[in-house]
Ligand binder design. Structure first.
Ligand code: FE2
Length: 357
């Protein structure tokens, strides 16, 4: 057997040092107290609720495994023990009609092994929003182009529906569109896996947001994969943002939604636009993108949102999954402007919700 040379030895030493440095950073990142200074105690009205927000995990088409930033992110979530995790889509690597049913099932199995099962075993519910690479709603001549992908996604998530059942409501079209409620929290997931959010879905959305399970003190989140406006370079074009976002935004404003969460643009940006508070999540996996007007690629990241029901305060922390350091909103562009899209202004990541009238 070939003995390792000096170069191999140095490379191994560097890898070991890097791994231990990351472990130390992970411990440091996870040792930080909650922003509110209180301990995380799930399922209690007067204690903070911690929500993990992730998005865009997938690798290349057909892939059944995940990269190091996804592994690190899952480890971080297991250590942080959020009360629930919401994924804003692109969990697997579909949107290719040549992928066989067997390949599609294998991708979801890979997702189960790497992400869903570790969280479920730790007692952390994972709530999905469907992305274009999971099961795009794009149609041609009235039919879903990726109908098989939609069947596979539906099959997978309905197998795991029981774990989410206590809070599920308005869930006839689960996992594509549904509402979920827990103590102090009301969540509506829409199918924004393509740019078309149909009028039927918009009507459903209005109904779901006014469901009797929604309490006036609840933090109300709406999650969909595609955003209402453009955030990143290469995505400021038709098909990459929700079509006719203005009228949808008006409905969400009227329903007094507190925060609209999206993925797909692979760039973290806490924004105000269209009279709404928005959060564009960074990708947890590969494919970082530059924000419009920025020369720096947005790092792989996840966001932790702490919600204190008693004082109605929200604190968001976004962690770089390469360095495990907290990302600073002050370093983001103050505005994002793209022709044909609503202007997005950077907002604070510490905020207080306005009680619903
Ligand atoms: Fe996407």
């Amino acid at each position: 057997m070939k003995q390792p040379g000096r170069r191999d030895f140095l490379r191994l030493m560097a890898a070991a040092a890097s791994a231990s440095a990351l472990e130390a950073l992970l411990r440091q990142a996870t040792a930080q107290p909650l922003a509110s200074g209180q301990s995380s105690s799930p399922q209690a009205q007067n204690n903070p609720v911690r929500i993990g927000l992730i998005s865009d995990l997938n690798r290349s088409y057909g892939s059944t495994s995940y990269g190091s930033t996804v592994e690190r992110g899952v480890s971080l979530l297991l250590q942080q023990k959020p009360d629930l995790v919401i994924c804003a889509g692109d969990m697997v690597a579909g949107q290719k009609t040549s992928l066989t049913d067997r390949q599609l099932a294998a991708m979801w199995e890979g997702f189960q092994v790497s992400v869903q099962r570790p969280l479920q075993t730790a007692g952390i519910p994972l709530l999905p929003a469907i992305g274009n690479h999971d099961a795009s709603s794009q149609r041609f001549q009235g039919r879903y182009i990726y109908a098989r992908e939609r069947q596979q996604a539906s099959f997978f998530w309905n197998q795991h529906r029981d774990a989410l059942s206590p809070g599920l409501t308005e869930a006839i079209n689960f996992p594509f569109q549904y509402a979920w409620h827990g103590p102090g929290l009301f969540l509506v997931v829409m199918d924004a896996s393509s740019a078309t959010v149909s009028s039927a879905q918009r009507q459903w959305l209005s109904r779901a947001l006014n469901a009797p399970q929604r309490h006036k003190d609840d933090l109300c989140l709406v999650v969909g994969h595609l955003p209402l406006t453009a955030f990143s370079q290469g995505r400021a074009r038709a098909g990459e943002c929700i079509h006719d976002a203005g009228s949808l935004a008006a409905e969400l404003r009227q329903a007094q939604v507190d925060l609209v969460i999206s993925g797909h643009h692979h760039a973290w940006y806490p924004a105000e636009a269209l009279g709404l508070r928005l959060l564009s999540l960074g990708a947890m996996g590969s494919g970082p993108r530059r924000l419009l007007g920025s020369n720096i690629a947005s790092a792989a990241s996840l966001t932790l949102l702490d919600w204190s029901v008693s004082d109605q305060c929200i604190s968001e922390r976004t962690l770089n999954l390469n360095t495990l350091s907290e990302m600073q909103p002050d370093l983001l562009p103050t505005t994002i402007v793209a022709p044909g899209f609503a202007e997005a202004r950077r907002r604070s990541t510490q905020w207080q919700r306005t009680q619903r009238g």
